[in-house]
Design a protein. Structure first.
Length: 148
C-alpha cells in the first residue's frame, strides 16, 4: 500500500491544538502530506528501473544519475519527515516552541520561518559551528610526550 493511500495519524483521536499553534500544525500537516507524496513519486521512479545500467553507455549513465538523484531526494525527504513528525508531536504534547537545548522560548518569527525547528537561533548557530569545527584534540592528545 503506498503512502498516498494510507496516511497514518500520529494520534488516533482528534487532537486538541492550542490556538497559538494552529497555523504551525496545519502547515506541518500539509508539508508532511507533500513529503509523503514526493516519497511515493521517488520510490516509483526507483522501482521503475527495469533494465540493467549497462545496456547503453549514455543511457546507462543517465539512468544511474537519475537513480542516485532519486535516492538523494528520498533520503532528504525522509530526514525532513522525521523532523516534521517530531514537531507535530511537540505541539500535541505541549513542548512546541521551547528550545530543546536551552529551555528558552523560540521566537515566533523563527517558528514561522522554520516551523519544525527544535532550537533557538543562538543555539542552532552554536551547534552548526561545533559541527563544522569537529572535535578538537585535548592538549594531552597533541603533546609529543608519552602518555603515562
Amino acid at each position: 500500500m503506498n503512502a498516498a493511500m494510507y496516511r497514518p495519524s500520529l494520534y488516533h483521536t482528534a487532537p486538541q491544538i492550542p490556538p497559538r499553534w494552529r497555523w504551525h500544525y496545519d502547515k506541518m500537516q500539509s508539508l508532511r502530506d507533500r513529503l509523503l507524496d514526493s516519497h511515493d513519486d521517488q520510490f516509483g521512479q526507483l522501482a521503475g528501473v527495469e533494465e540493467p545500467f549497462g545496456v547503453d553507455g549514455v543511457d546507462s549513465a543517465s539512468r544511474e544519475t537519475d537513480h542516485e538523484a532519486a535516492l538523494g531526494i528520498l533520503a532528504r525527504d525522509q530526514d525532513m519527515l522525521v523532523e516534521v513528525n517530531a514537531a507535530i508531536r511537540r505541539i500535541l504534547e505541549g513542548s512546541y516552541g521551547i528550545c530543546e537545548a536551552s529551555g528558552q522560548p523560540i521566537t515566533p518569527d523563527r517558528l514561522r520561518a522554520v516551523p519544525w525547528t527544535r532550537y533557538t537561533r543562538e543555539v542552532e548557530t552554536r551547534l552548526e559551528q561545533a559541527a563544522r569545527s569537529g572535535p578538537r584534540p585535548t592538549r594531552h592528545q597533541t603533546s609529543a610526550e608519552p602518555q603515562s
